[in-house]
Design a protein around this ligand. Structure first.
Ligand code: ADP
Ligand code: MG
Length: 398
């Protein structure tokens, strides 16, 4: 789960990391009086969206007066900000952060990630702050400093000093740098983050080390231990299809194709997507209804998949271990009776109570296409989709 820059900054501040003075606003008027309350004469207005690259896309603006803040925020609120990280549809701006402009002497890149190869938390830093890490590794790989944390003892001060020296931090500021590194590391570890990125971390001309931008991503499977982090979720920044699924306890990932998949188990979902591709189709989603899916759950899954206007065929692929094929079949029949769909539906069932399941499907009188193996199911889905898009010109073939 991602959170906003201002939220990440608040968290990091509690762990001892320096951040500039700032305040959140939900309207242009609020933005101006936030700036007035804060004082000073130069502010940076920052669109709060779950994506980086805002500066280049017009989502970070330096302002020198109330009227300027008013103008800038009026143009931001309600708009979609499109950065290289958002995709072409962009992300809606509903909050802005007004921050005191700080005099930057130098910008540093700082990231904490999970390094899967060493199975350790890894610190990645560079003198080339402000640039994206991908560009730094492509253009200035020699500038990158790395350190891995030994989990038994955690990040050590000597490691922080080494990083500070490698980045050329002047001796008087090394202790501040150590505190910053330790703070980020503790926030990462204590809150089950999977990523903390401060880009840029700046040294100001008056010798302060401040996180000027902050990004944190959390392990969703650990959120139950951190209710204060779960509360930071902002649905306006998520794919609406995915939020709806999460609210219903289903795992859903929206994709760009047009074959909807209803599957149980993540492994089977992957295999199903691969097989659809092999058969010449493109999956529209990854939907895992999980084990022990009741008819109600299957019906919910159908509704969710059909709410995606790109879906032109549905493949239900169930391998029932804990699940029961008769339940799933009942769910499919119920869903289609309640809300008939105008696209072909292929069902492949295997495992527990498969005979009963097949019987329910056969006796339903619904125009379902049945299949026995996964390959057969994928081929029939793609075939039915092609035939259907041919018959029905309102569905555009890809
Ligand atoms: P993004 O990474 O999404 O583009 P940042 O928060 O990193 O957004 O801001 C982009 C750039 O704007 C920074 O690299 C920095 O140069 C400048 N900037 C951001 N916040 C401030 C601030 N408070 N004072 C001065 N400059 C700032
Ligand atoms: Mg940044």
């Amino acid at each position: 789960m991602d959170i906003h820059e201002y939220q990440a900054k608040e968290i990091l501040r509690d762990f001892g990391v320096g951040i500039p003075q700032g305040a959140l606003a939900y309207s242009p008027e609020q933005a101006t009086y936030r700036a007035r309350e804060m004082g000073g004469d130069r502010w940076v207005v920052k669109a709060q969206v779950h994506a980086g690259g805002r500066g280049k896309a017009g989502g970070v603006k330096l302002c020198g007066s109330d009227t300027e803040i008013q103008e800038v925020t009026e143009a931001m609120f309600g708009q979609k900000l499109v950065t290289h990280q958002t995709g072409p549809e962009g992300k809606g701006i509903y909050r802005v952060y007004v921050e005191a402009a700080v005099p930057i002497a130098r910008e540093i890149y700082l990231g904490f990630v999970l390094d899967r190869a060493s199975q350790r938390v890894m610190i990645v830093a560079s003198r080339e702050g402000g640039m994206e890490i991908e560009d730094i590794s492509a253009q200035r790989p020699d500038s990158i400093v790395r350190a891995t944390v030994e989990p038994a003892v955690g990040l050590q001060e000597f490691q922080c000093r080494e990083i500070a020296f490698a980045l050329g931090i002047k001796p008087a500021l090394v202790q501040q740098m150590v505190r910053t590194l330790l703070g980020c590391y503790r926030a990462f570890r204590d809150l089950d983050a999977t990523m903390v990125e401060v880009n840029p971390l700046v040294v100001t001309s008056d010798d302060r080390i401040l996180a000027l931008d902050a990004k944190m991503t959390f392990d969703t499977n650990a959120l139950f231990r951190h209710p204060q982090i779960s509360e930071l979720r902002d649905k306006s920044q998520e794919d609406p299809r995915e939020s709806r699924a999460a609210d219903r306890g289903l795992s859903y990932v929206g994709l760009d194709g047009n074959i909807g998949c209803i599957v149980n188990g993540a492994g089977l979902a992957m295999a199903t997507m691969d097989t659809i591709k092999l058969a010449g189709g493109e999956p529209a989603n990854f939907l895992d209804i999980g084990g022990g899916a009741t008819p109600e759950r299957v019906a919910k899954a159908f509704r969710l998949v059909m709410s995606d206007k790109n879906v032109q065929a549905i493949l239900v692929n169930i391998f029932a271990g804990i699940n029961r094929c008769d339940w799933v079949a009942e769910g499919v029949v119920r869903a289609l009776r309640d809300e008939p769909v105008d696209v072909p539906v292929v069902v492949r069932l295997a495992g527990t109570n498969v005979k009963e399941g097949q019987q329910i499907l056969a006796q339903s009188g619904l125009p379902l296409i049945r299949a026995t193996t996964l390959m057969e199911a994928a081929e029939r889905t793609v075939m039915a989709w092609r035939a259907d898009t041919h018959r029905n010109p309102k569905l555009k073939a890809v």
